[in-house]
Design a protein around this ligand. Structure first.
Ligand SMILES: [Cu+2]
Length: 242
């Protein structure tokens, strides 16, 4: 079984850099075989589950790029000696550098090895990407990838831009402003703001009045205590004199 992960990143010399990870996932199948015990004959049908990112027969979605885009395919194979894969790209090719450079469209993947292929997607269309081992491709080790033409790419960008524009203009047309989690009509904004400010002022006044009362009570208490202590001192002095 294989897996695919599709990510975008940036690199100084490549405008958009897409990654594809092809992972031959035979680990699960092998564990199941081991759990049968050494006496059991290996179940060959387990090895017919040759998928790319867990998907069989072109059920893997999202491998879309556009014409002229530089893309990178990151391919990793796992498994045992029989899990040798030959990844074949239809309609696209790449330069293979191994001392000499030559153009190719097939990558050999031995179990436990990793290969990176960079290519410029040049042919618009939906193309096959599959393992060339007959048993594997018949067992579902194939998928589709799509190269959008410049025109399609531009039309998608235009559609997205138009939709965003429509959404923005719709918001403006509705004349609503989001405030305190509510949609408030623009005409009511002034009134709402006045009410909020008035409420704030009233609350502030209440706090000030309460603070004043507390402060006054505290002051009165202190004065009473001082007066009492002065009287006590006077009585003490008088009693001493007598
Ligand atoms: Cu294969």
């Amino acid at each position: 079984m294989w897996k695919i992960d599709w990510k975008t990143t940036n690199r100084a010399d490549i405008r958009t850099f897409r990654k594809l990870l092809l992972l031959s996932e035979m680990v699960g199948a092998n564990l199941r075989t081991v759990s049968m015990g050494s006496q059991n004959k290996r179940d060959k049908t387990l090895y017919s589950l040759t998928a790319i990112n867990g998907k069989l027969y072109a059920n893997l979605k999202g491998l879309t790029m556009y014409q002229g885009e530089r893309v990178a395919w990151y391919m990793l194979a796992m498994g045992q000696d029989i899990d040798l894969h030959t990844v074949h790209f239809h309609a696209e090719s790449f330069l293979y550098r191994n001392g000499e450079s030559y153009r190719a469209d097939v990558v050999d993947l031995f179990p436990g090895t990793f290969e990176v292929v960079e290519m410029v997607a040049s042919n618009p269309g939906t193309w096959l990407l599959h393992c060339h081992v007959a048993d594997h491709v018949h067992a579902g080790m194939e998928t589709l990838f799509t190269v959008l033409s410049q025109r399609e790419h531009l039309s998608i960008i235009t559609t997205i831009t138009n939709e965003i524009g429509k959404a923005v203009s719709r918001d403006f047309r509705e004349d609503n402003v989001r405030m305190l989690g509510m949609q408030v009509p623009v005409k009511d904004i002034e009134m709402l703001a006045s009410v909020l400010i008035a409420t704030g002022v009233v609350l502030l006044l209440i706090v000030l009045v309460l603070g004043g009362v507390v402060w006054y009570q505290h002051r009165q208490k202190k004065l009473r205590r001082n007066r009492r202590s002065i009287l006590d001192d006077s009585f003490k002095l008088l009693s001493l004199k007598n």
